[in-house]
Write a protein that binds this ligand. Structure first.
Ligand code: FPP
Length: 249
């Protein structure tokens, strides 16, 4: 079970073990180039592949990306349909290269609204990569932080629990086997969490950049790592209580 940031002081290194990303700005990137919005998403998927490599090389263990929120169904039907197509491409084609690179792929979210083909492809992609020991890439699709907390609470009710602890609930969350995100990155200039991993972000370090996701590259990721390395993570303690090497440089 993952260790909770509110119950104990997390052990952490200067390289985040878990990076969570909201890949925002695809539409604006495309618009600036007089391209249809969906071309931004297509480029965004290529960037995601690159960032898996960058994170794996840096020693990050988990990369979790918000590909489709529970609210994204409100987008125009043709954009939703294109995103579903890209999701299939990731699950059926891109996963082969990921597997060769030793990545483990996971999908979190409510699968019930996806087509049967997507649902089956998720199961196959997860099974194919399940025993890999490299970076775990988790794609959050039809995911919402509130939905995740509710499904966990409902699972506990189903078990007949009448009183629950923090660790009971944490264990039922979709990504319970991963450490909590150390670093949360949002590209595209917005400074919102947008219902992403609400429970697990309790002590995440936030990094916001105006760079649009399709323009995000290795240098930008390293800029985020370097910002993270300069943070003082106190987990409720005072600065003076921290070991010297964890105090702000
Ligand atoms: C937000 O940008 C991005 C999304 C809602 C989709 C993210 C999807 C990808 C990066 C590619 C697909 C990845 C997988 C794994 C299928 P936006 O459209 O809100 O951009 P805007 O704010 O500029 O309009």
């Amino acid at each position: 079970m993952a260790i909770s940031s509110t119950q104990t002081v997390l052990d952490y290194t200067k390289i985040p073990r878990h990076v969570a990303v909201i890949m925002d700005g695809n539409g604006r990137w495309a618009k600036k180039r007089f391209l249809p919005r969906v071309m931004g998403h297509k480029k965004g998927l290529d960037v995601l592949e690159d960032m898996c490599r960058v994170c794996a090389e840096a020693g990050v263990g988990y990369l979790t990306v918000f590909a489709f929120s529970t609210e994204n169904w409100r987008r125009p039907a043709d954009e939703v349909s294109f995103l579903m197509g890209l999701f299939l491409t990731a699950l059926q084609k891109k996963v082969l290269q990921m597997h060769e690179n030793g990545l483990r792929l996971k999908v979190i979210g409510d699968r019930s609204r996806f087509s049967e083909e997507i649902r089956q492809s998720i199961v196959r992609a997860e099974a194919l990569t399940a025993n890999n020991t490299g970076l775990t890439l988790t794609i959050a699709a039809d995911y919402g932080g509130r939905w995740d907390i509710l499904q966990a609470a409902n699972a506990l009710l189903q078990e007949g629990k009448t009183e629950i602890s923090e660790s009971d609930l944490a264990e039922k969350l979709m990504l319970s086997e991963a450490p909590e995100p150390d670093l949360f990155i949002r590209t595209g200039g917005e400074t919102r969490i947008s219902n992403f991993m609400l429970w697990q972000m309790a002590y995440a370090e936030f990094y916001f950049t105006d760079v649009l996701w399709p323009d995000f590259d290795a240098d930008e990721m390293h800029r985020a790592f370097s910002s993270f390395a300069g943070r003082e993570r106190r987990f409720g303690r005072t600065s003076e209580q921290l070991p010297q090497e964890q105090q702000r440089p």
